[in-house]
Design a protein around this ligand. Structure first.
Ligand SMILES: C[S@@+](CC[C@H](N)C(=O)[O-])C[C@H]1O[C@@H](n2cnc3c(N)ncnc32)[C@H](O)[C@@H]1O
Length: 286
């Protein structure tokens, strides 16, 4: 099943094409590169009037330029009960992976079925899925390798009125954390993971999806409680299709039964007919 994110009042993709996408974050318009947008833009050039433009280069992370003057260093946007601080990072990230919008209500609804369910969110970034899980009533463990990103996620939780919610914030290498939880005998009712193609643990250890994910999944499965609610795996790695994610979760079905649902995630452009591809997901339900 394809999941299409429509955007919301504070966030939308206005247009995409010619290798670029135009997004609105509250009142600020930004342009970022988008390698998959090989089609021509829908809106005329005069409608592409971004406040900030990010370009990557071969030698470094890239840089922002501000054709309409300075923009705030940080500003909040809201989506229903959740809030996110927007920042323009040198790598061209903004603190939000908006395609996950389609997963958040799903997470919240499933957790609302069992008060206090234990949720593990690996590679949690600025906490979109953590906020959804907490809003659903879950007790959440949020893990990311980058301290600054975990601090950002905590700011988002505060902005969302979840400062006192039962969320554990952990700065650690995801595979290392999973192995330690297994040894400690901790178990979770729901697992969420959105692993990057490449990353590093705080100790410099290398994460490479193609080689690191399968060994971690084998351990992760053992972290599931006796009455699990779901596993949600998503990815944004070229060549890793929904069928690949499905195949990765087949051993889980073989051992625990249940069913898989999987597909593409895409973002709808507000201006016209285009969908911007934004990764794939596979969900396991008992
Ligand atoms: C694709 S983002 C996840 C997006 C997030 N799920 C969301 O919806 O906002 C990947 C995250 O993985 C983190 N990361 C990279 N390598 C890691 C590792 N070895 N252990 C833990 N986190 C890691 C990065 O810091 C980054 O925040």
């Amino acid at each position: 099943m394809e999941l299409i994110a429509p955007g919301w009042s504070d966030y939308e993709v206005l247009d995409a094409g010619d290798g670029l996408r135009l997004e609105r974050l509250g009142d600020i318009l930004i342009t970022r590169q988008c390698a998959q947008a090989i089609w021509p833009r829908h809106l005329p050039e005069r409608d592409w009037r971004p406040h900030a433009v990010h370009f990557r280069n071969d030698t470094g992370p890239g840089a922002w330029s501000y054709p309409r003057g300075p923009v705030p260093r940080a500003w909040p946007i809201r989506r229903e009960r959740a809030a996110f601080e927007m920042r323009l990072t040198e790598f061209g990230h903004i603190g939000l992976f908006s395609e996950q919008e389609t997963q958040w209500p799903w997470i919240e609804e499933r957790l609302a079925a069992r008060a206090g369910a234990k949720v593990l969110n690996l590679f949690g970034y600025t906490g979109g899925s953590t906020l959804a899980a907490a809003l659903g009533g879950g007790q959440v463990t949020h893990v990311d390798a980058v301290k600054g990103v975990v601090t950002w996620a905590r700011i988002n939780a505060e902005l969302s009125g979840l400062g006192a919610a039962p969320i554990r914030w952990i700065v650690e290498d995801a595979p290392r954390f999973v192995s330690r939880e297994l040894r400690r005998g901790n178990r979770y009712d729901a697992l969420i993971l959105d692993p990057p193609t490449f990353g590093r643990g705080p100790d410099g250890s290398v994460w490479q999806l193609e080689t690191s994910l399968v060994p971690m999944l084998a351990e992760l499965e053992q972290l599931l409680s006796d009455a699990p609610l779901f596993v949600l795996l998503s990815a944004h790695t070229p060549g890793v299709t929904a069928a690949v994610l499905r195949n990765l979760l087949v051993p889980l079905v073989a051992r625990r039964g249940g069913r898989l649902e999987s597909g593409d995630m895409a973002q709808r452009c507000a201006s016209g007919p285009y969908l911007v591809p934004q990764g794939v997901y596979c969900r396991w339900l008992p």
